[in-house]
Ligand binder design. Structure first.
Ligand SMILES: NC(=O)NCCC[C@H](N)C(=O)O
Length: 289
């Protein structure tokens, strides 16, 4: 099976996803830091609409089953692994309730015939939401509550022989250790050199790198960032400049449309906003080309 995804925006050919099921239905909001509006049954309906949109572009979905293992956050398949051009990398989660998830990805990659390049080991921690391909040989990684220096060093050692430079950038604490704040919470690449950002929370050196590499940065409006708990910014490119976002944030949408993006929306008031993860988080790109 073809694999490899060292771009955030190249056409999404294959993706790993987990349809939420019994685990989400039985989840207690307080155990998972889910906010007001969480409704497992409605979240599942909204996920189905989202998955249809992804599939409608011809993207092949590798399904990871919700077997009732109680891992409610496992629908956010972006986080437990990466897929480099040289094989999958199994990560190690910073959120204690998510520690079992990389093993689910390991099983899926084995079944799909995708080799494993390596695995982040304790005391290292890296979550996929902290990893952003600036270009095919530069991986930016947010150092914060979910990802630590030991994890970044392991990732750098794994990827250096393949010509990839891994750069760590400090994230703020945001809303505290229980809340979800990844590097991808403050940037969504939209096209090869175009990204939607929440400028006030971008690590300065990362912002400088993006400018040096010729990126145009669209600055998402603060009121919609606050109203959506940051989910207005979580935008998934299916092909460069053709993106999916959570409905209800017209200024953010118009900003992307003014930069010539095609924007499609889906309703996610039960799925994404209370569960702290958007369309990028619900997808683990396995092959982008
Ligand atoms: N990449 C992402 O931003 N993933 C969102 C994960 C949300 C999940 N509730 C978590 O706290 O890990």
């Amino acid at each position: 099976m073809t694999y490899g995804s060292q771009s955030m925006t190249a056409p999404l050919k294959r993706v790993a996803m987990r349809k939420p099921g019994r685990s989400l239905l039985s989840a207690k909001a307080a155990d998972w830091h889910y906010g007001p509006g969480f409704d497992g049954a409605r979240a599942i309906e909204q996920f189905d609409v989202f998955a249809d949109l992804v599939a409608s572009c011809g993207t092949e979905i590798i399904w990871i089953e919700d077997t009732g293992d109680g891992l409610a956050d496992a629908m956010f398949t972006h986080d437990p692994s990466l897929v480099s051009d040289h094989g999958a990398i199994l990560l190690r989660m910073g959120k204690p309730g998510r520690m079992a998830e990389p093993d689910l990805h390991a099983v899926s990659y084995q079944a799909a015939g995708i080799p494993v390049l390596g695995r982040i080991e304790a005391p290292g921690a890296v979550e996929g939401g902290d990893c952003v391909w600036v270009d095919t040989t530069t991986l930016a990684v947010g150092r914060g509550v979910r990802t630590n220096q030991a994890g970044i060093e392991q990732l750098a050692a794994m990827l250096a022989p393949h010509g990839v430079t891994v750069l760590g950038f400090d994230l703020p604490l945001g809303n505290g250790a229980d809340a979800c704040l990844h590097l991808m919470s403050v940037i969504s690449p939209l096209d090869e050199k175009l990204a939607l950002v929440y400028a006030p929370m971008l690590p300065v050196a990362f912002w400088q790198l993006l400018k040096d590499r010729g990126y145009t940065l669209l600055e998402a409006p603060a009121d919609e960032f606050a109203a959506s708990y940051g989910l207005n910014l979580n935008v998934l490119p299916l092909v460069p400049g053709d993106v999916l976002m959570v409905d209800g944030f017209p200024k953010t949408r118009a900003l992307m449309e003014s930069a010539k993006c095609r924007v499609r929306v889906f309703n996610a008031d039960a799925l994404c906003i209370p569960c702290e993860g958007g369309p990028t988080c619900l997808t683990r790109p396995v092959w982008r080309e």
